[in-house]
Design a protein around this ligand. Sequence first.
Ligand code: AMP
Length: 206
Amino acid sequence: MSETTMPPPVTPGTPAARKLSICVFCGARPGLSPLGPPVAEAVGAALGLRGHRLVYGAGGVGLMGSLARGALRAGAEVTGIIPPSLLEIERPLLEPGQRLVVTEDMFERKRLMIDQADAFIALPGGYGTLDEILEVVSLSYLGECPKPITLLNVDGIFDNLFALFADIHRRGFTRGGPPLFHVSATVDEALDHIESRLAAGMLGAA
Ligand code: AMP
């Protein structure tokens, strides 16, 4: 793993009571919905305004790029984590304020993203985003990742995933129990949920 540290941003946001590291999973493509890029940008901006740190996959393209630009403009501290194989494809933004961590491989990337986070937000995306969501949800199911997870259901992107989860439960492949993740309809709802769960010393449930 190697690191490039850029100077901190000059425009600070309004700090929240506690600075959180929030890992956001989202697509390396913008998707076809016109809502995706502005919502991703708004998530980044809200992290900056609330004084939190963004941890993400470092991509400068797709929803990841919108997210990072929103965060950097709002003065958020940003950590992008990426393996060498994706540097050319996902083209990290080389902007002041982003700390770039280059990992050995995809597995180290995902582990670092999860380890560094206090909480997770999922936005629309493709296979990579689904993999990351299932990683943290399944770890949470096993009790190995007691950190809040909220899925921002932009344009109903996760509706079919929720139906699949309900179906595998009906088929007897998952046990009941406390919810493993939270579903939010707005950016503020997602962040309010995370802040309130962590302020309450939340452990073990979404
Ligand atoms: P996608 O949602 O497919 O656009 O991918 C979103 C991010 O997840 C991109 O940075 C991908 O490089 C990354 N990604 C793709 N496959 C995986 C995987 N198996 N595990 C973790 N991250 C992945």
